[in-house]
Design a protein around this ligand. Structure first.
Ligand code: NDP
Length: 245
């Protein structure tokens, strides 16, 4: 028996970066996937083909998860058509970095919408059916939401908010059998961190205990653990995946 056999897993931003690595790990363990993207679905054809090769159902919907109407009108019916979500991974995230004195309202609002409000949207929509299925919610936060980071006040605030949401929901929904946990990754090699110069990357790496950046698959392994029954008594946790940053 695979770890997530037939579990309907909604993964926001599940076709690239850390989200794709989570989709692969879940597909390998038998999960049925409902993934979101904001890009034209054709751009994800290769990723979808790769996931379907595991022999499981994979559905992709084009949804801006920060848009509550889109979540209710597109994501929710798609999840219902699959029998309702067992697992929800709020992975979608963006950065709009800048020092506070120069940070525009748009940069603040955009990050708060995608990195925090979107989690409200998806949880609010999917939770009623998840309650009946003893589901698991995994929110991808960041070490920056715990430690803070100059130039990322908006992102740090959103990710700290996501941690607060998760810990509260864990207490609220624990009695109904829904577990909610967070992962706080450090420096992971994806398009999000691609912009870094070699000097900047080397500076980050010099501050990491393991002296290297993390791989998306290493975050995905933590997500797989949290989604599975192996984590049946883990609720309200924030697992750092930083190599000791
Ligand atoms: P990428 O920039 O590679 O991917 C971002 C993902 O978010 C994409 O899958 C994208 O989907 C999705 N996304 C962005 N905006 C929206 C939206 N409005 N609606 C739906 N989906 C959206 O970043 P990572 O893979 O690195 O990041 C994944 C998560 O991990 C994020 O929450 C990020 O904050 C977090 N994280 C990453 C770290 C890192 O070092 N990389 C460190 C700590 C946390 P698409 O383009 O298909 O629409």
């Amino acid at each position: 028996m695979k770890l997530l056999e037939n579990k309907v897993s909604v993964i926001t931003g599940g076709v690239r970066g850390i989200g794709l690595a989570i989709s692969v790990a879940f597909a390998r363990e038998g999960a049925r996937l409902l993934l979101t993207t904001t890009r034209h679905p054709e751009r994800s054809a290769e990723a979808i083909e790769r996931l379907r090769a595991y022999g499981t159902e994979v559905q992709l919907v084009e949804v801006d998860v920060a848009d509550q109407a889109a979540v209710n009108n597109v994501l929710l019916p798609a999840a219902d058509a699959m029998g309702g979500a067992d697992i929800l991974v709020n992975n979608a995230g963006i950065t709009r970095d800048g020092l506070m004195l120069r940070m525009s309202e748009d940069a603040w609002d955009d990050v708060l919408r995608v990195d925090l409000k979107a989690a409200y949207n998806t949880i609010h929509a999917l939770l009623p059916k998840m309650m009946r299925k003893q589901g698991a919610i995994i929110n991808i936060a960041s070490i920056v939401g715990i430690e803070g980071n100059a130039g990322q006040c908006n992102y740090a605030a959103a990710k700290a908010g996501l941690i607060g949401l998760s810990r509260s929901l864990a207490k609220e929904m624990g009695p109904k059998g829904v577990r909610t946990n967070c992962i706080a990754p450090g420096y992971i090699l994806t398009e999000m961190t691609d912009f870094m110069s070699e000097t900047m990357a080397a500076d980050y790496i010099s501050k990491i205990g393991l002296r290297r950046a993390g791989k998306p698959e290493e975050v995905a392994n933590v997500a797989l653990f949290l989604a599975s029954d192996m984590a049946s008594y883990v609720n309200g946790a924030v697992i750092e995946c930083t190599g000791a940053m």
